[in-house]
Design a protein around this ligand. Structure first.
Ligand code: THU
Length: 130
Protein backbone atom coordinates (compact mmCIF):
# COMPACT_ATOMS: atom_id res chain seq x y z
CA UNK A 1 0.00 0.00 0.00
CA UNK A 2 1.28 3.48 -0.83
CA UNK A 3 1.98 5.99 1.94
CA UNK A 4 -0.78 8.14 0.48
CA UNK A 5 -3.32 5.33 0.75
CA UNK A 6 -2.15 4.52 4.28
CA UNK A 7 -2.59 8.16 5.33
CA UNK A 8 -6.00 8.32 3.65
CA UNK A 9 -7.16 5.14 5.43
CA UNK A 10 -5.94 6.08 8.91
CA UNK A 11 -7.54 9.52 8.60
CA UNK A 12 -10.90 7.76 8.82
CA UNK A 13 -9.95 6.51 12.31
CA UNK A 14 -9.43 10.02 13.74
CA UNK A 15 -11.22 10.88 17.03
CA UNK A 16 -12.26 14.50 16.53
CA UNK A 17 -15.46 15.37 18.47
CA UNK A 18 -14.27 18.96 19.07
CA UNK A 19 -12.85 20.08 15.72
CA UNK A 20 -14.57 17.58 13.44
CA UNK A 21 -11.38 17.88 11.38
CA UNK A 22 -9.84 14.51 10.58
CA UNK A 23 -6.13 14.28 9.77
CA UNK A 24 -4.14 11.22 8.71
CA UNK A 25 -0.37 10.80 8.55
CA UNK A 26 1.79 7.98 7.26
CA UNK A 27 5.57 7.74 7.29
CA UNK A 28 8.14 5.31 5.99
CA UNK A 29 11.04 4.71 8.35
CA UNK A 30 14.62 3.85 7.35
CA UNK A 31 13.80 0.24 8.20
CA UNK A 32 11.22 0.24 5.41
CA UNK A 33 8.35 -0.11 7.86
CA UNK A 34 5.31 2.14 7.50
CA UNK A 35 3.75 3.80 10.56
CA UNK A 36 0.47 5.69 10.66
CA UNK A 37 -1.26 8.13 12.98
CA UNK A 38 -4.53 10.05 13.18
CA UNK A 39 -5.45 12.98 15.39
CA UNK A 40 -6.96 12.15 18.78
CA UNK A 41 -8.67 14.94 20.73
CA UNK A 42 -9.86 15.14 24.34
CA UNK A 43 -12.13 17.46 26.32
CA UNK A 44 -9.39 19.02 28.44
CA UNK A 45 -7.08 19.70 25.48
CA UNK A 46 -9.40 19.87 22.47
CA UNK A 47 -6.52 20.23 20.02
CA UNK A 48 -5.43 16.81 21.25
CA UNK A 49 -2.61 14.93 19.62
CA UNK A 50 -1.85 15.59 15.96
CA UNK A 51 -1.78 12.84 13.36
CA UNK A 52 1.91 13.45 12.68
CA UNK A 53 2.76 13.08 16.37
CA UNK A 54 0.78 9.84 16.43
CA UNK A 55 2.70 8.41 13.49
CA UNK A 56 6.01 9.40 15.10
CA UNK A 57 5.00 7.81 18.40
CA UNK A 58 4.09 4.61 16.54
CA UNK A 59 7.48 4.66 14.81
CA UNK A 60 9.37 5.00 18.08
CA UNK A 61 7.26 2.31 19.73
CA UNK A 62 7.93 0.13 16.69
CA UNK A 63 11.68 0.42 17.15
CA UNK A 64 12.56 2.81 14.29
CA UNK A 65 14.16 6.26 14.65
CA UNK A 66 14.48 7.79 11.18
CA UNK A 67 11.74 9.13 8.92
CA UNK A 68 12.50 8.75 5.21
CA UNK A 69 9.18 9.98 3.81
CA UNK A 70 6.00 11.52 5.26
CA UNK A 71 2.49 12.08 3.92
CA UNK A 72 -0.26 14.09 5.67
CA UNK A 73 -3.85 14.40 4.49
CA UNK A 74 -6.89 16.38 5.67
CA UNK A 75 -10.10 17.73 4.22
CA UNK A 76 -8.77 21.28 4.02
CA UNK A 77 -9.20 23.74 1.14
CA UNK A 78 -5.42 23.75 0.64
CA UNK A 79 -2.96 21.01 1.65
CA UNK A 80 -2.89 20.94 5.45
CA UNK A 81 0.21 22.59 6.99
CA UNK A 82 1.65 20.74 10.00
CA UNK A 83 1.48 22.81 13.21
CA UNK A 84 4.63 24.32 14.68
CA UNK A 85 5.01 21.67 17.35
CA UNK A 86 4.74 18.89 14.78
CA UNK A 87 7.37 20.55 12.57
CA UNK A 88 9.83 20.36 15.47
CA UNK A 89 8.86 16.74 16.19
CA UNK A 90 9.29 15.79 12.53
CA UNK A 91 12.69 17.54 12.40
CA UNK A 92 13.83 15.51 15.43
CA UNK A 93 13.56 12.29 13.41
CA UNK A 94 14.19 13.35 9.80
CA UNK A 95 16.98 14.89 7.75
CA UNK A 96 16.22 18.23 6.13
CA UNK A 97 15.93 16.77 2.64
CA UNK A 98 13.28 14.21 3.62
CA UNK A 99 10.23 14.63 1.35
CA UNK A 100 6.93 15.64 2.92
CA UNK A 101 3.73 15.44 0.89
CA UNK A 102 0.78 17.50 2.10
CA UNK A 103 -2.57 16.51 0.62
CA UNK A 104 -6.14 17.68 0.67
CA UNK A 105 -9.14 15.43 0.17
CA UNK A 106 -10.04 17.75 -2.72
CA UNK A 107 -6.95 16.57 -4.62
CA UNK A 108 -4.69 19.54 -3.87
CA UNK A 109 -1.08 18.57 -3.21
CA UNK A 110 2.06 20.28 -1.94
CA UNK A 111 5.43 18.53 -2.18
CA UNK A 112 7.89 19.98 0.28
CA UNK A 113 10.71 18.97 2.62
CA UNK A 114 11.40 18.90 6.33
CA UNK A 115 13.88 21.80 6.02
CA UNK A 116 11.40 23.91 4.07
CA UNK A 117 8.78 23.35 6.77
CA UNK A 118 11.15 24.36 9.57
CA UNK A 119 13.91 26.66 8.30
CA UNK A 120 16.60 27.47 10.85
CA UNK A 121 15.54 24.52 13.00
CA UNK A 122 16.91 24.32 16.52
CA UNK A 123 18.99 21.18 16.76
CA UNK A 124 21.29 19.35 19.15
CA UNK A 125 24.32 21.03 17.51
CA UNK A 126 23.13 24.39 18.88
CA UNK A 127 23.83 23.14 22.39
CA UNK A 128 27.52 22.45 21.71
CA UNK A 129 29.91 24.86 23.41
CA UNK A 130 32.84 26.32 21.44
N1 THU B 1 -4.09 18.62 13.27
C1 THU B 1 -3.30 17.56 12.93
O1 THU B 1 -3.53 16.44 13.38
N2 THU B 1 -2.26 17.78 12.11
C2 THU B 1 -1.99 18.96 11.49
O2 THU B 1 -1.06 19.03 10.71
C3 THU B 1 -2.83 20.14 11.77
C4 THU B 1 -3.84 19.98 12.84
C5 THU B 1 -5.25 18.37 14.13
C6 THU B 1 -5.17 18.77 15.56
C7 THU B 1 -6.63 18.91 15.94
O3 THU B 1 -7.16 17.63 16.24
C8 THU B 1 -7.28 19.38 14.65
O4 THU B 1 -6.38 19.06 13.61
C9 THU B 1 -7.58 20.85 14.61
O5 THU B 1 -6.51 21.61 15.02
Amino acid sequence: MSLEDAARDVREMAYVPYSNFKVGAALRADTGAVFVGCNVENVAYPEGTCAEAGAIAAMIAGGARQIKELVVIADSPTPVPPCGGCRQKIAEFAAGDVPVTLLSMNGARLDTTVAALLPGAFGADHMERG
